[in-house]
Ligand binder design. Structure first.
Ligand SMILES: [Zn+2]
Ligand SMILES: [Zn+2]
Length: 94
């Protein structure tokens, strides 16, 4: 499986840095984008608590979308236009 391209500490929750059982969170939502995010390494590892808060209350969701788009452009050497072509929108300007 491809590694995440988003910088993060190993084996720690991306948000709270808690150590333990982590869950994979795809930074971009929707069936198509989730699959692309998996291929491109746009995911982070979260503890159960932070993951639930993100999905239930949207805590950190927007920030992660922006982090993912910027990481994608810098890692692959692409522009915002390229990102829109692949993911259908520009999360930074949303
Ligand atoms: Zn956490
Ligand atoms: Zn998730």
């Amino acid at each position: 499986m491809k590694q995440s391209i988003i910088a993060k500490p190993d084996n720690l929750c991306y948000f709270c840095a808690k150590y333990g059982n982590l869950e994979k969170h795809h930074c971009l939502h929707g069936t198509a984008n989730r699959k692309l995010a998996d291929e491109d390494g746009l995911f982070v590892w979260l503890c159960h608590n932070c993951h639930m808060q993100l999905h239930d209350k949207g805590i950190g969701d927007k920030g992660l979308q922006i982090v993912a788009e910027k990481a994608w452009m810098s890692y692959y050497g692409k522009t915002e236009e390229d990102f829109i072509k692949r993911y259908g929108k520009n999360y930074i300007l949303e």
